[in-house]
Structure formats: C-alpha cells, structure tokens
Design a protein around this ligand. Structure first.
Ligand code: PAF
Length: 297
C-alpha cells in the first residue's frame, strides 16, 4: 500500500529523515504536503546540529505538521578571512540527530543549487547591517538576508523559527520579511545554554575545555548588566568594569553594548525593552550572546 508523504515520514522513527538535495524535488514534495492542507514550518541552519538547533526544530514542530530543516553552509555570509572552508559539514550525523523526530525533512542543497548564476542580487537592511556584528563582519548580514529570502521563496513556510541567540540576525530577518511583504510568521526561540550559561553554538567546538569554562563569563556579564539595568543603577561604570574583566580573562572584545531591543538603536533608555549584546573572540572562536531586559520595572 502506498503511504502518503506525511505518513511515510512519520514512520521514519529511528531512521534518517527524508533528504532533498534539489529545489525541484523539495518543491514537488511540499506541494503534495500543502494539497493535504498541512502547515509547514522551517528551521534554517548551517548544519553541525547541536541541542540548540534541536530545540528550534521541536519548537517548529509544535507550530506545524512538518518541519523542513535546511542544512546549507552559505558562502555569501562568510568574509574572505573567515571560517567558510573550516566550517564543519556533518550531514550524516546531523540527519542522525534528527532521526527520532517524526515529520522532519532535510533540505541540503549544493552551493550551485542555491546560487546557480552566482550572486547578482543582494538583499540589504542598511539600518541594521552595518552596526554591531555588521560593522565587524562587513557583508555578513547581506549574505544572511539574501540566502534566507531565497530559502523562504523556495519553501514558502507558514512559520520560520530562528534562535534569539543570533539577535541581530533575527531583527534583520524580521525587518526584511516585513519590508518585502514575505508571507511568513517569524518566531524567535529561546537560547539553549550549557549548565554554565554558555550559549550553545557550532563555534563552541573551536574552544578548548579551559576556554569553554572562560567563555561562560559572557553570560555572567550579561546577567550582571541586566540586573543593574533593572535596578536602575548607573550603568556606564559596570560596562567599563565588565569590559576590563573580559579582556583580562583573555577575550578580544568586538563590542559589549546596550541597545533598543527593537531597532537596535543606541537610544534604549526610553524603550520598553533593551538588549545587551556582546561579541568577543576567545582563542579561535568568535562568540556572540545577548539578553533582552524589560525596562518597565
Ligand atoms: O544562523 C544561521 O545558522 C545562518 O545564518 C542561517 C540563518 C542558516 C543562514 O545561513
């Protein structure tokens, strides 16, 4: 008896999920899913999946009947001296870690599939892409926005789930989707942390055991500043102290800043929510983290 696509995926418990490598095959599969009136959610990733990604997938599964997880290391978002070549490609183990999750399919295209004619069109959100990480990684968010727009065009999901950990990325995507009238609901999901508080990230694998311990200081910095913001304490001395504390522990700080949580402008004082953002290099890893603070105390 022929199984419907959804049923056959649901039965793939303990096996690897369905994998689509071409746009054509994925689009054909999704049109069958949609003809059954099913809702589709989307979790974009660059693979090397960890618990943080799996939590995004579980969140997406709560919101739809089928989750498409893309695994694509996007060359356009890496700078010339960044870790594009070194970035781990672990499709087989990624699929294994998705295996016990029914109703998940993987889209793992080649670079040629996503950029068949190279890059002739770029998407930019200039108010957000030249500040903070955009300042330190010129072109990065153009690459992210462009590939996410392509993936949304291909998959046309009802919902797309992104981690709050990449806070600036999430705001870029939200703005792009609103401005380009892309019919998708963007959901931000909580950051998954190690017991030490360190935010889970594929780049944590570049850290030695000792550096990993040091890296958890980023979260304690965020919580200290958050507490002081909520207490209404003068914050500039704390910021200075925390920057020095991180530097003496071996971090090379790109920034530690408080911004308006919505538009990331510097004038957060009147905002309802502020976000504390940090980016720093430790050994071979560039780490980012953030904490949103309710200022309506
Ligand atoms: O957050 C990521 O892993 C990437 O920036 C994304 C959203 C998958 C785009 O390549």
């Amino acid at each position: 008896m022929a199984l419907s696509p959804l049923r056959s995926i649901a039965l793939k418990i303990d096996q690897t999920p369905m994998i689509f490598k071409t746009v054509g095959n994925l689009v054909e599969f999704l049109s069958k899913i949609r003809s059954q009136g099913k809702a589709v959610s989307f979790v974009p990733t660059m693979g090397n999946l960890h618990q943080g990604h799996l939590d995004l997938v579980d969140k997406a599964a709560e919101l739809s009947n089928i989750v498409i997880v893309s695994i694509f290391v996007n060359p356009m978002q890496f700078g010339p001296h960044e870790d594009f070549d070194a970035y781990p490609r672990t499709l087989e183990s990624d699929c294994k870690s998705l295996a016990n999750r029914p109703c998940v399919a993987v889209f793992a295209p080649t670079v040629r599939e996503i950029y068949p004619e190279g890059v002739n069109t770029e998407i930019d959100v200039p108010s957000l892409t030249t500040i903070l990480c955009g300042h330190h990684r010129p072109g990065h968010f153009k690459g992210v926005a462009t590939v996410v727009a392509k993936l949304l065009n291909i998959i046309k999901p009802d919902v797309a789930v992104f981690g709050n950990k990449d806070y600036q990325q999430l705001q870029v995507i939200r703005t792009m989707v609103a401005d380009l009238l892309i019919p998708v609901t963007i959901v931000g999901a909580d950051t998954t942390r190690e017991p030490s508080g360190l935010a889970m990230s594929s780049r944590n694998m570049y850290l030695s055991a000792e550096e990993k311990e040091t890296a958890s200081m980023l979260y304690s910095t965020l919580t200290t500043i958050s507490d002081e913001l909520q207490n209404g304490t003068q914050i500039s001395a704390t910021l200075k102290y925390e920057k020095e504390r991180l530097a003496s522990a071996g971090f090379l700080l790109d920034y530690l800043e408080i911004r308006d949580a919505e538009d990331l402008s510097k004038s957060y004082v009147e905002a309802d929510f502020a976000v504390i953002l940090v980016a720093a290099k430790l050994g071979r890893a560039r780490l980012i983290d953030n904490l949103v603070v309710n200022l309506n105390r």
